[in-house]
Design a protein. Structure first.
Length: 290
């Protein structure tokens, strides 16, 4: 089986909490919310549907595969197992991540439900909806947490932070540079007008951590995006200056991801989805009319 099978999946997102379904009132908005598997009493009335309870609704049964948890998250035995972004750590449960996000942002995070779809032996198959991301925002500071697919339960496998600072109240670069070095062991270059300071720490297959002076974006099961073959995890940091003022910072981006865990869960996902198709085909009693 090729390691690079993710492009075969079609990712379909459905927001499961506040953004669209709770406030949707127009016919178009209500139809979109209904297609996402979420509906409010107001929309139910508008569409002539039975009125659901006032509490947020869980996504409906879409006829997809009910994934089973068959693999367990294995904590990283290097610095990435201890690193955190505003208290968020890889391997945290959904409940703990929700609590941490709520504490920082001052409100519960938005939950996004997802289902995955692919075709195997000519048969289209998709999964049931499952919670895939948690997001929250505090001013200009945004956090996104990616949760593992149900085959691995629901634990944190990726954390992203994007923060912007007003020019008149922006951090000093030298202070931030020292803090990043102290907390993450990443030593960013001095600020210049020829590029934004960035760096990445990554763990290779031997578990050793190596740092570079460039930011990277890796994708699970896409080896060509890795800094090193069979990369296990990485932490990427990028700092953006305040215009021509190279002493202060206008933006900060951090990404912490467990690639090893995502490879394991996607391989198991593929196995379960294909297995469901094999079971249907082997158990079929349909005969063509002649």
């Amino acid at each position: 089986m090729s390691r690079s099978f993710l492009p075969a999946f079609v990712l379909v997102l459905a927001v499961s909490t506040v953004p669209l379904s709770v406030h949707a009132q127009s016919l178009t908005q209500c139809l979109l919310a209904h297609n996402q598997g979420l509906i409010t009493p107001a929309c139910a009335h508008l569409l002539g549907l039975s009125v659901p309870p006032s509490q947020p609704q869980t996504p409906p049964d879409n006829g997809g595969v009910h994934l089973r948890q068959t693999v367990t998250y294995q904590p990283l035995d290097n610095v990435f197992g201890q690193d955190s972004i505003l208290g968020l750590r890889l391997g945290m449960t959904q409940a703990d991540a929700t609590s941490t996000l709520t504490s920082y942002c001052g409100k519960a995070p938005q939950v996004t439900n997802t289902y995955l779809s692919t075709t195997y032996k000519g048969v289209g198959v998709n999964t049931q909806y499952f919670p895939s991301t948690l997001t929250c925002q505090k001013g200009q500071d945004s956090l996104t947490v990616r949760l593992s697919i149900p085959v691995m339960g629901a634990v944190v496998t990726k954390i992203e932070r994007s923060a912007s600072f007003p020019m008149e109240a922006s951090p000093h670069y030298t202070d931030l540079q020292a803090d990043i070095a102290s907390k993450y062991g990443l030593h960013l270059q001095p600020m210049t007008r020829y590029g934004t300071p960035s760096g990445t720490a990554y763990a290779g297959p031997d578990g050793k951590v190596v740092t570079t002076q460039t930011g990277t974006t890796a994708e699970a099961n896409e080896p060509l995006t890795y800094t090193t073959p069979h990369e296990m995890a990485y932490l990427s940091v990028t700092v953006i200056p305040v215009g021509e003022n190279l002493s202060n910072v206008s933006g900060l981006r951090l990404t912490l991801e467990d690639l090893r865990a995502e490879e394991v869960m996607y391989a198991e996902l593929f196995k379960q989805m294909n297995g469901s198709v094999d079971a249907k085909l082997s158990g079929s009693t349909v005969k063509a009319a002649l």
